[in-house]
Each structure stands twice: as structure tokens, then as C-alpha cells.
Design a protein around this ligand. Structure first.
Ligand SMILES: [Zn+2]
Length: 391
């Protein structure tokens, strides 16, 4: 049996690329049937919802970097490392529900434990969570960054096997911890965990199997190897040095030339400070680096790293968009990078982030203009996931 035909109307529509004055989106069986900007009357049998002249209808938003299994407390690492499967899965379920309520209808999970993001995708109905693009446990060295998630692999054979296991389990993307990181006791962000030939092997194997590849990287020499190895998205891209931040414009230019996505992990809850002292000490320099990356024309997409700390709980995404605007991205570009561009970055182009026939009916309705003020992304009137109104 077909589901009811919905006709959603609003005074303003952002279709993923352009802003239109008034429009109507027809939804049936979880997908967009048609989009009309001619002012046509709704079909007679449609159930009409009109969000009025001030309403803004747009595609559901996309977070390119989350950790659903992490609970966003100061003990997030201990919890995700030590809690039993049921408890971690419950954390992921709650994280997903919170995220969906903020209008984020697709997430890319770049680090679960024991493939629990895949379990969540199988066990929880689509209307209770965002769509999940999953990496499984990040590939890391023995005792390396986030080793407690279960993704340790070193050497050509083990790395190839790790990529194949992720493909076989149904992951969409391979996440590699190229630098050390700040969340893991004993790990050093300056330290490079894999060399250029390892990185090439991983990206080649991922691409051969139809997966994309995402690199966690902070240190400058490691960024050079990541760019060369052909990763699809670069996470953080922070150009850290032992005493500061050293943006290498030649590497930014190469990223622009290649069209590599930069998943800048943006967004902090108001009134909080970053949990890592290295970030606190470098915050102004990091903000300046992101501003320069944006100004250089790189394909920056919003990832948040939500879940890792109290400053980055699930639901922090709107503050990430505000931060991009604050750091020089025009509001219209913020909307594009949160929808069509992010959909391309996470491998869901055409299905997510656009209002076009046959795209998934994941939609967000705002009560005021995000073009005038990007904080309108918190002025939520409705959220639809797979054609169902969930808020
Ligand atoms: Zn992360």
C-alpha cells in the first residue's frame, strides 16, 4: 500500500543550491515525488501542510563527522571503551534521536566501537534516527589514537584485511587515524601513525571496494601525506605544530585543486571551552586557519565530532554552522555546504541534501531566514525523516 501523498508548502525554499520564493514539495513513500516553484495548486488528494510566508523549507542537514557511541560527557572515552554492548548501543540510540531533533537527518559516524553504529542502523527504525553513513572502528596502530574502539591494524596485510572487513560488514567509509589524537591517553597529535605507502594502500583498497576514505590528521607532515594518498575527506586539517599552527598554503592549494573535502570539526556549545589544552592554547590560530581554508575556496563541509566532550555533545551541529559563518563563510554557502556539498562528501549525492524528485524526503522547516541570520537553523518548525514528520 502506498503512503499518503503529502504536499508541503512554504514561503521560501532552499533546494540545496538556490533559494526560491515559495514552493511546494510533494512527498510519498519516503521520497520526494516532485518539487514545484510555479505556484501550482496541490494535487486534490494530497494532505497539505502550509508553513506560511515566513516558513523556510530546506533539505535535512548533514553532519560529516559524529561519534554516536560517545556520550558527550567528560568521561566519554572511559564509557565508550568500557561499557557493555547494550549500554553503548543505548548511548548511540539516544545520540541519534537528539541529533535528528536538531534537523540533522544524515550523519557520517567516523568512529564507533565494535561496529555498533551498523547495529543501530539495523535495529532502530529510520524515523527514530538520522540516516547513518558508517565507518565502524577507526583503523589505528596498536595502542594508537582511539585503539580502544577495536580497530588496530599495522602492516600491508593487516591494513588490507581491515579495509575488506569494513566493506564486508556494510560500512560506507574507512576512517584512518593518521596522526595521534588528543582524546587518547599516551597519544601525541604530532606523531604520524602511518607512512605514505600505508596510506596509499588503504585509499586504493577502499576505493576498489566502493568505499570512501576519511583521514583524521593534525600534524603538518602527515597532512602532506594524506593529501598525496588521495583521501576523499580530511578530518580536522588543523596544521598543528609542537608550538602552534602553521597553515601550509601549498597544501591548501593542492586540496582545492583536487577537490578534496575538508571536514572541519566545528561547533562548541555556548559557554564551554575545548577539552584539549592543545586546542585551548591554539584556538585563535586554529580559527584563523579555518578562515583561510574557507577563503582559499576549499570544499569545507561541517563535521562536529559530536559526542567526544561536554563542549561537543550530540545536538551541537547548529553551533558549527554559526561558527563557519563567523569565520567568513557566507550564509548561502553555509547552507550549501551543510546539504549538497556534505551529501557529496559522505557519498550520498543525489539522495540527500537536495530537493529533487526521487531524493529521500528528509526535510527541515525553519521559522525565519537562515540567509539573513544563520542562527535561524535553531528556529525549527518541523523535521521530516523518510517522509515522516518527526518533530
Ligand atoms: Zn572524531
Amino acid at each position: 500500500m502506498r503512503s499518503e501523498l503529502l504536499a508541503l508548502r512554504a514561503g521560501h525554499v532552499f533546494d540545496g543550491v538556490d533559494v526560491r520564493r515559495s514552493g511546494m514539495v510533494l512527498v510519498e513513500d519516503g521520497v520526494i515525488r516532485d518539487v514545484d516553484f510555479t505556484g501550482a495548486a496541490p494535487p486534490e488528494h494530497a494532505a497539505v501542510t502550509d508553513f506560511g510566508p515566513d516558513g523556510w523549507l530546506l533539505p535535512g542537514l548533514i553532519d560529516a563527522h559524529v561519534h554516536l557511541c560517545w556520550d558527550g560527557t567528560k568521561d566519554a572515552v572511559a564509557h565508550v571503551a568500557s561499557d557493555d554492548h547494550e549500554a553503548v548501543l543505548e548511548t548511540a540510540r539516544a545520540s541519534a534521536a537528539t541529533t535528528l531533533a536538531t534537523g540533522v537527518t544524515t550523519v557520517r559516524d567516523l568512529g564507533d566501537r565494535d561496529y555498533l553504529a551498523l547495529a543501530l542502523r539495523e535495529q532502530v527504525p529510520p524515523t527514530e534516527r538520522p540516516d547513518i553513513v558508517a565507518a565502524g572502528p577507526p583503523i589505528t596502530t596498536h595502542g594508537g589514537h582511539c585503539h580502544f574502539l577495536g580497530g588496530e591494524a599495522e602492516g600491508a596485510d593487516a591494513l588490507r584485511a581491515a579495509v575488506r572487513e569494513r566493506a564486508a560488514r556494510g560500512c560506507d567509509v574507512v576512517k584512518v587515524m593518521v596522526s595521534g589524537g588528543m582524546m587518547t591517553p599516551g597519544s601525541d597529535s604530532m606523531y604520524q601513525q602511518y607512512d605514505r605507502s600505508d596510506l596509499r594502500l588503504i585509499t586504493d583498497e577502499a576505493h576498489r571496494l566502493g568505499l570512501t576514505a576519511a583521514a583524521h590528521v593534525h600534524a603538518v607532515p602527515a597532512i602532506a601525506d594524506v593529501v598525496d594518498a588521495g583521501f576523499d575527506t580530511i578530518e580536522h586539517f588543523s596544521f598543528l605544530t609542537p608550538d602552534g599552527v602553521d597553515l601550509r598554503q601549498d597544501l591548501v592549494d593542492e586540496v582545492v585543486r583536487r577537490g578534496t573535502f575538508v571536514s572541519a570539526t566545528v561547533g562548541m556549545m555556548p559557554g564551554t571551552t575545548p577539552s584539549a589544552p592543545a586546542v585551548v592554547a591554539r584556538f585563535a590560530a586554529l580559527a584563523d586557519a579555518v578562515a583561510k581554508v574557507i577563503a582559499s575556496g576549499a570544499r569545507v563541509v561541517p563535521g562536529t565530532d559530536s559526542g567526544i566532550s561536554p563542549g561537543k555533545p550530540h545536538g551541537v551541529y547548529p553551533y558549527g554552522l554559526m561558527q563557519l559563518a563567523e569565520w567568513g563563510m557566507p550564509n548561502s554557502d553555509v547552507l550549501r555546504c551543510a546539504t549538497t556539498e556534505a551529501a557529496k562528501a559522505v557519498g550520498r549525492a543525489g539522495r540527500k541534501g537536495v530537493l529533487l524528485p526521487s531524493a529521500d524526503a528528509d526535510l527541515l522547516v525553519l521559522g525565519s531566514s537562515p540567509l539573513d541570520d544563520i542562527s535561524a537553523v535553531t528556529d525549527i518548525r518541523a523535521v521530516y525523516r523518510a517522509g515522516h514528520r518527526v518533530r
